[in-house]
Design a protein around this ligand. Structure first.
Ligand SMILES: Nc1ncnc2c1ncn2[C@@H]1O[C@H](COP(=O)(O)OP(=O)(O)OP(=O)(O)O)[C@@H](O)[C@H]1O
Ligand SMILES: [Mg+2]
Length: 217
């Protein structure tokens, strides 16, 4: 699924300035894009517009399938939010399986896929722990596993490795963008190592996007 943004402008209600001022970019199907830029530059805002968590005011962001047909972003994208939200009293496995259920998996498929995804983020053995006992970085990895389990063609992730050490961060990135595949991934990050593993780097500065090639391109 290809992502195309054109002339996206956004100002928060009661905001005193436009956070985004005419943003254009394309993320090719199966590519990984990093969104970088200083704190407050509008990265989460842009990702929220992509994921339809904020209403578009001006401009457009579309997902296009291989035939060029527009697909709904709310149906084709899953999210890893900057502030992780898990169901605290449900197990790690249940939290991840929600992703698989949302994709229409049966109970046994959901279980199998969830175990695969939790292993991919280094949490094998923790499946029966209640989510409330997890550390910040563990909870973040459960949120990533949930997005992987949902198997959507697009994943939008806001600082998914923000609370992880370098080694765990690499493992999680392997799971998210390890191989060139079908999945299109957009990752907001402050970590140059993460950006270097992406195909393209979208740098937000003063409301505009400056596009660079990433290390994987
Ligand atoms: N609900 C809101 N109402 C008004 N202004 C907001 C709102 N949310 C964010 N902003 C402002 O919009 C700007 C961009 O915020 P955003 O969260 O997109 O930044 P960011 O690049 O994700 O920053 P960080 O790296 O700190 O997460 C900031 O100046 C912020 O104060
Ligand atoms: Mg942010």
């Amino acid at each position: 699924m290809r992502l195309v943004a054109s002339q996206v402008t956004y100002r928060y209600p009661h905001g005193d300035h436009e956070v985004l001022t005419g943003v254009d970019f394309t993320v090719a199907s199966g590519a990984a894009a990093a969104i970088v830029g200083p704190s407050g530059s509008g990265k989460t805002t842009l990702l929220s517009l992509m994921g339809r968590l904020l209403p578009m005011q001006h401009g457009a962001i579309h997902a296009l399938d291989s035939t060029g047909r527009r697909r709904s972003l709310s149906e084709t994208a899953s999210w890893v939010l900057q502030t992780v939200s898990l169901l605290p009293d449900r197990t790690v496995l249940d939290n991840i399986a929600l992703g698989a259920y949302s994709a229409g998996a049966s109970r046994s498929e959901a279980r199998t896929r969830s175990i695969e995804c939790l292993s991919a983020v280094g949490l094998f053995g923790r499946e029966n722990d209640p989510a409330r006992i997890l550390s910040g970085g563990e909870a973040q990895r459960v949120a990533i596993a949930r997005a992987l389990a949902s198997d959507t063609p697009i994943i939008l992730a806001d600082e998914p490795t923000g609370q992880l050490d370098a080694q765990t961060s690499r493992k999680v990135l392997d799971a998210l963008i390890g191989a060139h595949g079908e999945r299109t991934v957009v990752i907001v990050t402050h970590d140059p190592e993460v950006a270097a593993r992406c195909d393209t780097v979208l740098e937000l500065r003063d409301g505009e996007i400056f596009e660079h090639l990433g290390g994987r391109a």
